[in-house]
Design a protein around this ligand. Structure first.
Ligand SMILES: Cc1cc2nc3c(=O)[nH]c(=O)nc-3n(C[C@H](O)[C@H](O)[C@H](O)COP(=O)(O)OP(=O)(O)OC[C@H]3O[C@@H](n4cnc5c(N)ncnc54)[C@H](O)[C@@H]3O)c2cc1C
Length: 410
């Protein structure tokens, strides 16, 4: 492949332009790495309506967007999250007390901000488009990735291969980059489906995000701009099918009952989407010349707003490691970079995957009395012991070690 024209040679090829791929592109381009990013579409033109998820971006993800110069464009669409309330709605014994976590206990900043996912992706895509170090390559899909000794070769469906020192697999749960690097996964299914939409309501949300813990899974209300909230509602697939088939009036009635009228009358309701839940963790986060970020590396149930926040930490970490290698005139996709990324991301990803899976299973299998009792005692201790509560809140926002500089407040 050495006879490829020079314009087809890049430092980094990013497969996938969801939030993690685009954040990785913007972060690496700041350090003068030459990037090519492949996807079918980049952001969304016109009316934003395809993706009804909203994303609770925790503090360090917001710092990342600030450091990338993207946050000022996101802020008008983002709502601060000041209080997180957890309500036990399982009806099981012993009852778990309600708990509220207030961001002001940790300092002046909110826990984070909630923003529509499609808006976030669009804004990141606009910034990537304006960056001379980033080439956005529209393709139906990338069809092959070869991890060779001195470079990787990436071929889109339409032909015209390019070479890159490093491949970033940001191509989602069914990642081609992961398969091409021969990285295996540990994966599992949940008998659950998450429904996502947003709605407006008559009562103000007051910056409070409420997580109802129910026997079928969590139901989460996340504040949005105005008197609106994002909804993630996890049910069995059969119940989710039933609820998805209801007309808007019927769905709002069920939602109002499930949330005990928490936000008053439910008014406008967006389109709804359903996501069957599964879990996946790659057995390695880097191999050959490829590293995995976001859903390509880990898929978790939507509890505690961990998924994309974890993915953005992946993106910031590979940007940090690869740009340091480039500064030292080393190979940004060489074995040292790949091994370091794998080592530094392992603890954060595995511990979050374990915690989220445990929390989810403790809801579904709560008939097991010791599990319910453990939850009840745990919440009571958090309520009674402020230093423990603060430590858990800090760790819930982000790991306190190995946070790349781009994810820290400047
Ligand atoms: C209901 C719900 C609510 C959630 N809420 C939150 C939350 O509040 N906070 C949070 O942190 N996380 C949340 N998450 C998780 C979050 O949505 C995901 O972590 C995040 O979207 C993953 O982004 P990604 O860029 O890694 O992958 P994706 O968004 O899946 O993007 C992958 C991209 O790769 C492209 N692609 C795939 N294959 C190829 C190929 N061969 N060639 C080229 N391109 C390719 C696709 O077109 C796509 O654009 C939620 C998830 C769900 C389901």
């Amino acid at each position: 492949m050495s006879d490829l024209p020079p314009e087809n040679e890049f430092d980094v090829a990013i497969i996938g332009a969801g939030a993690t791929g685009l954040a990785a592109a913007c972060a690496m381009a700041m350090e003068d790495l030459k990037i090519i990013c492949f996807d079918k579409i980049f952001g969304f033109d016109g009316e934003l309506k395809g993706d009804t998820r909203t994303i609770a971006l925790l503090q360090n993800s917001v710092y990342l967007l600030q450091n990338l110069g993207v946050w000022d464009d996101c802020r008008p669409f983002a709502e601060p999250l000041n209080i997180m309330k957890v309500v036990d709605d399982t009806g099981r014994f012993p009852p778990v007390p309600d708990a509220s976590f207030d961001a002001s206990e940790l300092g002046a900043d909110p826990f984070g901000y909630n923003i529509p996912n499609d808006r976030l992706v669009s804004i990141l895509a606009e910034h990537a488009r304006d960056n001379p170090n980033i080439t956005l390559f529209e393709t139906d899909h990338v069809t092959s990735i070869e991890n060779l000794a001195k470079m990787a070769v990436v071929t889109p469906f339409e032909g015209n291969s390019v070479t890159a020192s490093l491949v970033v697999g940001a191509d989602g749960a069914n990642s081609l980059a992961r398969r091409a690097a021969r990285i295996t996964t540990t994966d599992w299914k949940y008998n659950q489906t998450a429904m996502a939409c947003w709605f407006s309501h008559s009562q103000p949300h007051n910056g409070i995000s409420t997580e109802f813990h129910r026997k079928s899974g969590p139901l989460v209300l996340v504040p949005m701009q105005g008197n609106k909230s994002g909804l993630v509602w996890v049910e069995t697939p059969e119940e989710a099918n039933r609820l998805m088939a209801l007309d808007d009036t019927g769905f709002k009635e069920q939602l109002s009952a499930a949330t005990h009228g928490e936000l008053g009358n439910l008014l406008e309701l967006s389109q709804r989407s359903a996501f069957p839940l599964s879990g996946l963790v790659a057995n390695s986060f880097g191999k050959g010349r490829t590293v995995l970020v976001g859903h390509a590396a880990h898929v978790l149930p939507p509890i505690g707003a961990q998924g994309l926040n974890l993915g953005l930490r992946d993106a910031a970490m590979i940007a940090d490691i690869a740009s340091k290698a480039q500064m030292l005139s080393a190979d940004p996709g060489g074995p040292d970079v790949i091994a370091k990324y794998d080592e530094l991301r392992r603890g954060d990803i595995l511990s979050r995957a374990f915690t989220v899976d445990f929390l989810n299973r403790s809801l579904i299998h709560g008939w097991f009395p010791p599990l319910q009792a453990t939850r009840a005692i745990g919440v009571q201790l958090l309520k009674l012991i402020p230093p423990l509560r603060k430590a858990v809140m800090r760790e819930g926002i982000a790991p306190q070690s190995h946070l790349p500089p781009l994810m820290q407040s400047r």
